[in-house]
Design a protein around this ligand. Sequence first.
Ligand code: GAL
Length: 664
Amino acid sequence: MKTGVCYYPEHWPQARWAEDAAHMQRIGLSHVRIGEFAWSRLEDANGQLTFDWLKEAIDVLHAHDLKVVLGTPTATPPRWMVDKYPDMLALDEHLQLRDFGSRRHYCFSHDGYLAECKRIVTHLAEAFGEHPAIVAWQTDNEYGCHETSISYSPHAHTAFRQWCAQKYTTIDALNSAWGNVFWSMEYDHFEHIGLPVGTVTESNPAHRLDYWRFSTDQICKFNKAQVDIIRQHAPGRDVLHNFMGNFVEFDHHLVSKDLDIATWDNYPLGFLTRDNQSVDDQQRYLRTGHPDGSAFHHDLYRGCCNGRWWIMEQQPGPVNWAPYNPSPLAGMVRLWGWEAFAHGAEVMSYFRWRQAPFAQEQTHTGLLLSNGDEDVAAHEIAQLNKELQLLSLDDKTLNVSADVAIVFSYEGIAVQDIQKPGGATFSALGFCQTLYSACRELGLDVDIVSPEAALDRYKLVLLCNSTIDDPSMAHKLEQCAASKTAPIIVLFPGTASRTCDYAIPDNLPPGHLQTLIDIRVVRSESLPPDHMSLASDELGQDCACSQWREQIVSTIEPRMHFTDGWGFHYSSNKVHYINALPMKIDLIELMEEIAEEASLRPHHLGSDLRTRKIGPYRLAFNFGNEPVDLFEALGSAFRLTPDTDLLVGNSQLNPAGVAVWLVE
Ligand code: GAL
């Protein structure tokens, strides 16, 4: 794994660039991302291009052996662009204009802006496509950030009507697919189709799902327009985009189809205080980030571009944008680096080189203070780079694949977010993360894969958000189940519960998957988060569930019963149907039992310790506040004995500690 940094030469005097580059080299960085917000310095209102400074900056970095990732500047259209196309701005769900003065102020459906983007990208690609320093190009910056995936502008509205006409051909077909006979919502022609916002009460879920799909397609189209130009002028360079954390507002698997590398921006402490719902976790992991927060996304993005993934932006210290912005525990910057390595990152790049003393992000730390002195992250990264050299293997030889797969469907999550079958507080992404976390607490390595991925090589396959009743998924799972080395397959509530038109399948959920297991969901109930339903068996084992339960009709005898007689946990022929959401502690027990059935070797790690294998190495990380005795905690289950030589760290693993040892 290489390390890199995000750098904004346009923020600093040119006289400083060579010193910065030499300094980057000294702490072992090899990659530098530049240019992604620089449009106002690259072109003026008269179309005058000024690329000299950018060329100079790239040349300076090149002279210091640094590899450059050049960003296209399309996330920050300059002011003159908005004057030229006042209608290029997006409208939010309240039809409010998203105006100039920050960034991402554009609508993906504005053809004039798209043409301008193609033009500037063409100029840049022609000028720098074959520059020897440039190894990769980043398209735009964080599609969807600041709630910009979905726009309700007049341009988006028109494009959506065209999209519908193309998809359905006739308006009758659309009316029937959406069920528009309900509440007399039928349209007479495609020009009638409205936006799924501004209605008196909720708009039709089928309408909303199609609007979500349309918005993904607009992002794909916008991205691909840039990718095609870059590929034409920059042969052999990777094209990538920087995705975000805890973000499912468009289908990242579809956008990734046009990229070489999926990268993502990892702010573990920012995400914890902004997104984590549990107050306990927020307190416990305030300075370390949730033990599964980063890892979940590493595994998710590894599944987007055939295993190739980077971190494009990594938190170096306090950020500026979460409700509270704590400082990481000493050692965490190093730990996050090792953790990314353990999950197979090719590059770990930090945001940002030097803290900006002006504008929106002045309280966001960097590797240097705003005065140019080193901040603490720089020391930890220098240490990480020295330690990484202890492992001399070529990255490409390091196998990171796991035995457990979680199938991750962005569209399936959209379905659950639209009508919340698990109740107001249920989060489809959140439950997937809890399931992931349960596996990780059992010491299991996990791949998070797209619905299109081959599943037959796994020992355990988990479907927790495959909500759409997709015949091709049913076919794939049937084939897996019929093979000699059939994996254990586990289905969670809501699986195959809606057709692609957002209707309940004719044969009830789980639709086509009924050929896999004899289950019919006859009722689904959601409950307030503090209401607990207890299921138990005759041996006195029990499982506490909350939020969401399904009532099942089946010839299979359930393993447990709830007190009101509803069955819980059905299984036959290596397929399990879990028809409620177990509390985390019980989910861990349940997954342990199922993992054993899958011939895996689950081992309780507790909430703070994590481990992962990559190639011949195993790594351990301590996210807790107390030292951990590794031999005691992991023992022979992970080929660790008092005689094992640790390549990094020692057996008394301190908070923020990392240990690495050979297992092959
Ligand atoms: C990211 C963004 C960067 C910077 C950073 C601050 O979302 O891509 O440009 O704003 O956050 O943490």
